[in-house]
Design a protein around this ligand. Structure first.
Ligand code: NAD
Length: 487
């Protein structure tokens, strides 16, 4: 693939790779060993302006292309992601520190699925019509592309989340200005070349690289960008909302989480334990959906605690390129230090570290950002460890006695993204599902995704839903057309 040379990640505007106008660059650091991977274009308003000009020029042809044409191109992009799976997975793992196996088997395949799914979904997307009986009129909803839209994504699932926004935006007939995280820029950059090879017309997708405060802010502020789909931290989301609201842009926010994982004594114990290891530590705990607050029914609490600690301690922290690695590196030095700072500030009266709680040593990679999988027993749900999103390989553990108590604790947090419930009691699953305040609830499983379902959070975890037809609705403007007729 001739995307970027190995040391420089450029912008992709109007179908071509280009330097940032201001000739400003950021460093791309390999979190596995602290070495320099290369430099990244650090874009400004001028680069965003160039991208918007390219997108505006491409807009009318793209929105007037047939659904079959769009669907065919998106399918080809998905196919090309599959064809280049290995090189994309290697780059993703290098940029982010995630285990190569995760990138290879879960994340890059999902990026391909995002394109395949929306290539198909757009051909099935229909709108409503309402006959106004007795008034001799029929109303129907015309759904039109919004125009040029902005997509801003985070570093934790880089290509997976970047494409989760871009694919529906393109399928719905919009042109896109997209910005990946400056910490994980390269698979997004590679996507530009794949889009050219798939025959996506130039200017339809433009990828602007660089810091959130520069390129990202310029996307938020640009008058011609009609909508913003943003995934990232809650504090950034609040800022995004403040900038975008007075401009009356359409806005979708997918933000942080502090998700409860609730384990009742009557569950399938082995499955709950096995999945809890995964929902706690997958991607070094850097998934917005990780079940970071574990609540266990008192009668099985001590057993679960011992088993969880034993299993967590057996996980292999290692270099992300090794297939046996289950816990790779944290994404950056800053994030690594932020996660470690929680351990320094633990009050012994509030919490006790049961395992981990310190940097992990990986032989030969002393400068890498590794942290041991950590389980902390906490005394109450109001402590900082249970209230703040740590976003690392860190979970807390607490017992509970009954449903009311655990529902109250599950909801007593500012976030509301997801929850996991382990029980065989069907009535209980329904009682809890109705009362727990979050956008996604998994019963006896975790992170089982069907791309048709609405995805998003309540409270400070976001506004709006993406996924399936919700994403196509977000990326279109519904217009009511009322036609009167004579009898
Ligand atoms: P972040 O908020 O720091 O950055 C996200 C993106 O926003 C990056 O591309 C960044 O460059 C950009 N950005 C930063 N400042 C900006 C500004 N002023 N204007 C415009 N763009 C700006 O988040 P992160 O650290 O990259 O990601 C981790 C967070 O994302 C966690 O809180 C996690 O829970 C959340 N997340 C949520 C979901 C979800 O679906 N709800 C999914 C994944 C991650």
């Amino acid at each position: 693939m001739n995307r970027v040379n190995s040391s420089t990640t450029l912008n992709f505007i109007n179908g071509k790779y280009c330097d940032p106008v201001g000739d400003d660059w950021l460093e791309n650091i390999n979190p596995a060993d602290g070495t320099l991977l290369g430099r990244i274009a650090n874009s400004t308003e001028q680069d965003v302006e160039n991208a918007v000009i390219a997108a505006s020029n491409a807009q009318s042809n793209w929105s007037e292309s047939t659904l079959e044409q769009r669907s065919r191109i998106l399918t080809k992009i998905g196919d090309l992601i599959e064809k280049n799976l290995e090189s994309l997975a290697i780059i993703e793992s290098e940029d982010s520190g995630k285990p190569i196996d995760r990138a290879r088997t879960i994340e890059i395949p999902r990026a391909a699925s995002n394109f395949h799914f929306f290539a198909n979904a757009i051909t099935q997307f229909s709108s409503e019509s309402h006959e106004s009986v007795g008034q001799n009129a029929i109303n129907f909803t015309l759904r039109q592309p919004l125009g040029v839209v902005g997509c801003i994504s985070p570093w934790n699932l880089p290509l997976y989340l970047f494409t989760w926004k871009i694919a529906p935006a393109l399928a719905a007939g919009n042109c896109v200005i997209a910005k990946p995280s400056e910490l994980t820029p390269r698979t997004a950059s590679m996507l530009g070349d794949l889009c050219n090879r798939a025959g996506l017309p130039v200017g339809v997708l433009n990828i602007v690289q660089g810091a959130g405060t520069g390129a990202g802010q310029a996307i938020l502020e640009h008058e011609k960008i009609k909508a913003i789909s943003f995934t990232g931290g809650t504090a950034t989301g609040e800022h995004v909302a403040r900038v975008v609201a007075p401009k009356f842009k359409k806005l979708s926010l997918e933000l942080g989480g502090k998700n409860p994982n609730i384990i009742f004594a009557d569950c399938n114990y082995e499955r709950a334990l096995e999945t809890t290891i995964h929902s706690s530590f997958a991607n070094q705990g850097q998934i917005c959906l990780c079940g970071s607050r574990i609540f266990v029914e008192s009668s099985v609490y001590e057993k679960f605690k011992a088993d969880l600690v034993a299993r967590a301690s057996q996980l292999t922290v290692g270099h992300p390129s090794k297939t046996e690695t289950t816990i790779g590196a944290m994404v950056s030095g800053d994030h690594y230090r932020k996660v470690l700072s929680y351990f320094d500030e633990i009050e012994p009266t509030e919490a006790a570290i049961l395992c981990g709680g310190k940097p992990a040593t990986v032989e030969g990679h002393a400068q890498g950002f590794y942290i041991e999988p950590t389980v902390i027993e906490v005394q109450h749900n109001q402590c900082r460890l249970n209230q703040e999103e740590i976003f690392g390989p860190v979970v807390t553990l607490m017992p509970f006695d009954n449903e009311e108590e655990v529902i109250a604790m599950a909801n007593d947090v500012k976030y509301g993204l997801s929850a996991t419930i382990w029980t065989k009691d069907l009535d209980r699953t329904m009682r809890l599902s109705k009362k727990i305040e979050c956008g996604v609830i998994w019963i006896n499983t975790w992170l089982m995704r069907d791309l048709r379902t609405p995805f998003g959070g309540m409270k400070n975890s976001g506004v709006g839903r993406e996924g399936g037809l919700e994403a196509l609705r977000f990326f279109t403007e519904p217009k009511n057309i009322c036609i009167a007729f004579e009898n």
